[in-house]
Design a protein around this ligand. Structure first.
Ligand code: AMP
Length: 461
């Protein structure tokens, strides 16, 4: 997963990009980067770590120019190394190309192979480098056709922010997997993965970039074209990632045209209708379960309580205590409130179960804090299939619900009962029609051919 941002025609382009990335930090904590165009010069600052750690005031000041793009990375393909930090920048005789990408291509193996056989040399393991090669090789006469031609060769998921010469370009794959929106701030145009980035810089939301759309922003002008449809698979359909609504996007964002918070609450309401629990209190696992738990409580009338408190100051690293404090890494994040839990029949609402390991520890902690019964309700169906489009789900082997029955998972996590929202219920709670979504992680209905190398291994037990 990743967060992408771009701004054209603003004298504080780098500072606004920094703020935009700050708002998108949840989409990737591994590395961050900003590239700015200043006259004909390109200036870059990148590093491993959080946005707040990678950039100092001095760095931002040194990034002069009125066109900038930025990226926060959560590596799903490509290794976690400084070489793979985005935005990806190459000089080419046609122009300077800068790319920020969110999503995973499913034909990158084939494209790379073909190009390598043709003599191309790759320096990173990122999909973005493939896109740069396609752009550089395209032989069409004008920029728009060149880009459309290059993008029409990609299969899979991509939301892109590009800088090509003085142009800022935004594009979304025809399936509409990952979000990308357009905003306006004074005379500047802004592209961002989520609207929470526009809010922070006080830009006005204009609209989402449509699936299959490419927008060209030339200072104050926006032009839109479609990725050439004749080259696209006739089977292509809309496939926005439903997991963005369930877990990934920020609740204060609107993605695919609708608010994430309200959608999570409506998932919680549907869950309460389908899988009620006879309990004294409803509690979330903070923060991701908060909104579904609120909806669950509203629907069934059982009081909502915050039974665990999150420590907001937990960084990526801390000095490990000696062995006698077991599960320290998990405990330091969330601490139960005994006075709330003692003697209570508790229903925990969780947004999803992936491997089951953190859920197991949470249930145990809540029980040890005096809860009489601990039930778990999950606001999406069992995750049984890996994602090839950008969500960091493990292989089928590691997804607990793909190998085991719900009863087995219940016993593993140590809950008194465990129930999941049904696929139909989840789709019913969505603000868009069901044919708008990719639900492959739940039912294995992959909208594209699977990636050649990855696909097979990931699906094996
Ligand atoms: P576990 O009990 O170990 O399966 O952890 C489940 C929790 O991980 C859920 O509450 C989610 O908030 C969170 N989660 C969901 N998807 C992911 C993901 N792709 N990567 C990391 N954490 C996730």
């Amino acid at each position: 997963m990743c967060g992408i941002f771009g701004i054209s025609n603003h004298k504080e382009a780098a500072r606004l990009t920094y703020l935009g990335l700050y708002a998108l930090q949840h989409r990737g904590e591994e590395s961050a980067g900003i590239v700015v165009r200043h006259g004909k010069k390109i200036e870059i600052h990148k590093g491993m770590g959080l946005v707040g750690d990678v950039f100092t005031e001095r760095d931002i000041k040194s990034l002069r120019g009125d066109l900038a793009i930025g990226h926060v990375r959560y590596s799903t393909t490509g290794s976690s190394s400084t070489k793979n930090i985005q935005p990806y920048f190459v000089r080419h005789k046609k122009d300077k190309i800068v790319i920020a990408h969110n999503g995973n291509l499913t034909n990158s193996f084939e494209l790379r192979n073909e190009m390598e056989q043709d003599g191309s040399i790759f320096q990173t393991t990122m999909d973005s480098e493939i896109i740069a090669h396609l752009l550089a090789r395209s032989r069409k006469s004008d920029t728009e056709e060149n880009i459309a031609n290059a993008l029409s060769q990609l299969e899979g998921a991509y939301s892109l922010v590009l800088m090509l010469g003085e142009l800022l370009i935004g594009a979304r794959d025809i399936y509409g997997w990952r979000p990308l929106c357009l905003g306006r701030l004074d005379g500047a145009y802004v592209l961002a993965s989520e609207t929470c980035a526009l809010d922070l810089i006080q830009a006005q939301y204009i609209r989402d970039i449509e699936p299959g759309e490419i927008v060209f922003i030339d200072k104050g002008n926006v032009k839109s074209i479609n990725i050439s449809p004749e080259t696209l698979s006739p089977k292509a359909r809309l496939a926005s990632c439903i997991f963005e609504y369930i877990y990934f996007a920020r609740p204060d964002s609107n993605i695919f045209g609708h608010n994430v918070y309200k959608t999570r609450k409506s998932l919680g309401r549907q869950l309460a209708r389908e899988c009620p629990a006879d309990c004294d209190i409803v509690m979330p696992i903070p923060d991701s379960g908060n909104y579904a738990a609120l909806g669950f409580s509203k629907e069934c009338g059982i009081p909502f309580e915050v039974g665990m408190i999150r420590n907001h100051y937990v960084g990526r690293t801390f000095i490990q205590p000696s062995q006698f404090i077991r599960d320290f890494r998990v405990k330091v994040k969330l601490n139960p409130i005994r006075d709330v839990l003692k003697g209570k029949r508790v229903v925990i609402v969780e947004d999803s179960i992936v491997r089951g390991t953190t859920s197991k520890i949470r249930v145990k902690t809540i029980r040890e804090s005096g809860a009489k019964e601990v039930h778990m309700r999950v606001s999406c169906p069992p995750l049984r299939f890996p994602c090839f489009y950008g969500i960091d789900f493990p292989t089928k082997k590691e997804l607990i619900a793909s190998r085991h029955s719900i009863d087995w998972v219940r016993d593993f996590i140590g809950a008194d009962s465990l129930e999941y929202l049904s696929l139909e219920g989840m789709l019913k709670a969505m603000p868009l029609p069901k044919n708008h979504f990719c639900t492959a992680c739940f039912n294995g209905d992959y909208p594209t051919k699977l990636p050649k190398k990855l696909g097979k291994g990931a699906l094996e037990y």
